[in-house]
Design a binder for this molecule. Sequence first.
Ligand code: SUG
Length: 416
Amino acid sequence: MTALEVNIDALVGPTHNYAGLSFGNVASQKHALTVSNPKQAALQGLRKMKFLHDLGIPQIVMPPHPRPAMGVLKQLGFSNIKNVPQTLLYQGYSASAMWAANAATISPSADTKDGKVHITPANLVSKFHRSLEALTTAHYLKQMFPGPHFVHHDPLPAHLTFADEGAANHMRLSKHHANKGTEIFVYGGATKKYPARQSMQACEAIARLHGLDLKRAVFLEQHPDAIDAGVFHNDVIAMSNERLLIYHEKAFKRLDRRLQDHFTLIKITERQLTLRAAVATYFFNSQLVTLPDGKMAVIAPKECEEHARARSCFEFLMAEGHVNTVYYLDVRESMKNGGGPACLRLRMVLTETERQAVHSCIWLDEELYDVLYRWIEKNYRDRMTPSDLYDPLLVRESYQALAALAEITKMNLGAA
Ligand code: SUG
């Protein structure tokens, strides 16, 4: 059984900033127009990747997208950023491709009819700044996962009917990673305050495209109270790994019996951790992983360590024997835009043969870590406000950084 979990994390791009672009994402709105530190953000993300690598979990690096998105601004009739209206400039400059959990939905070969790994890049149509990612993500993923073992689908049609936010709304339960799994697709319905971002039709289309056993796939509706409390993705309110699903009592409208029958389901109640506290701490946006010795570990945001109830929920999970260790990591720059440890990674299960087929320059090891650390130190600013996005020098800086990264990763990093 050689299939293992592999994580793909996106490097945070040099234009990381807080423009308050995501209505329904409480952190993004709270930190709108505050000062960001792109260098710190990228280093925090890179250190998290190294941490996973050192734990023995193979780690892949995905490059940031070219920003500002010049192709789109040109398509809209702008040839100079100084003429671009503020909101559009913020959108065109967003470094939001950093949240790799939204890059795609991936089904491992153990689950698919043709025995191949199926990849569908997310269309991210709910937010304009995020919709700019879809084609470039597809272009990158094809280079990262070439050859006959991988099937690359197009993003779903770009309409809200098929709104798709990728793996952030997708979970997989199985005895071990290598076994055939039960893929769970989570979608949103009617809400009162904030919009749902994932449609049921999108989930069904992906399950069909990936050739899953449709009798086995599970479709769950998010609880509207959760979405209205700021749970814009399922990975803000549930986490899973192998047999284990940990979820908040307000995560879903109802569960599916098949899950209770075959897997270990742990409910965190409102008394243990309120919905509000779950959103504030990103307790559920932790990475739940199996270590090489078979034990389970959690990589949680530092904010959970500082929150008595979130911490005691982890202590409860350890005392009950579901989890062996909890590591608290600082990804605060990303957290302030609503992205915790799990948002920053796209997980895959790959066999040894499939791992051999991955583009070789993007596996994180000591050497690539050092190279990327220096690349960030050299190319990133340590302070940025959204008004800095009008600085003409930033365009050059950002594109120069990407050109240097293209050399390092031996990838074509132009926009698709
Ligand atoms: O889509 N934030 C992202 C955060 C995505 C988190 N991902 C997961 N839960 N998997 C979003 O709302 C904020 C950008 C800004 O405000 O500038 C932003 O896009």
